[in-house]
Design a protein around this ligand. Structure first.
Ligand SMILES: [Zn+2]
Length: 155
């Protein structure tokens, strides 16, 4: 059950544009996500800076072309998570079993994940387990960085 406050709270009103270039939303989306990756949750500071970040279409534009310019479908993502996610989207059958990408604009971290002492995240839900697996959210670099930040008392 999703009860707690969402991890990310998007601005109430989407910025407007007359262009067909979603790149114009880069800065407002970046602010909405507090300069952190929507998936691995590392800030630009720890994840190679803003040049390493990209606009991700939460619902892939290959499957949802009508959402290409939809502001609330744009998520701030580090390059590695974005490349890992690509056009992945669970099938209708999989969705019926609860398999989906965890959307931290709709739920809190604790609704889905446990951050363990060993630096790895554990999925509490089927969606979280799918997301960890699909985006490799326990990739060695992330685990090392989590442990390091915890050691420095910054995590
Ligand atoms: Zn990331």
């Amino acid at each position: 059950m999703e009860t707690a406050k969402p991890h990310f709270v998007r601005r109430a009103t989407a910025p407007k544009t007359r262009t067909r270039d979603y790149g114009v939303f880069r800065e407002p989306v970046r602010e909405d996500f507090r300069k952190t990756c929507a998936y691995c949750l590392f800030s630009e500071m720890w994840a190679a800076g803003p040049e390493n970040f990209e606009l991700d279409h939460f619902r892939p534009k290959s499957l949802f072309p009508q959402l290409t310019m939809s502001y609330y479908n744009l998520y701030w993502s580090c390059h590695v998570c974005n490349r890992q996610k690509r056009d992945a989207w669970p099938s209708r059958e999989a969705q019926a079993q609860g398999i989906k990408f965890v959307d931290l604009c709709a739920s809190s971290f604790d609704d889905h994940f446990v951050s363990q002492k060993n630096g790895k995240w554990r999925g509490k839900t089927i969606a979280a387990r799918y997301t960890i697996d699909a985006l490799r959210l326990n990739r060695p670099h992330l685990v090392q960085l989590r442990l390091l930040l915890r050691e420095m008392d910054l995590g």
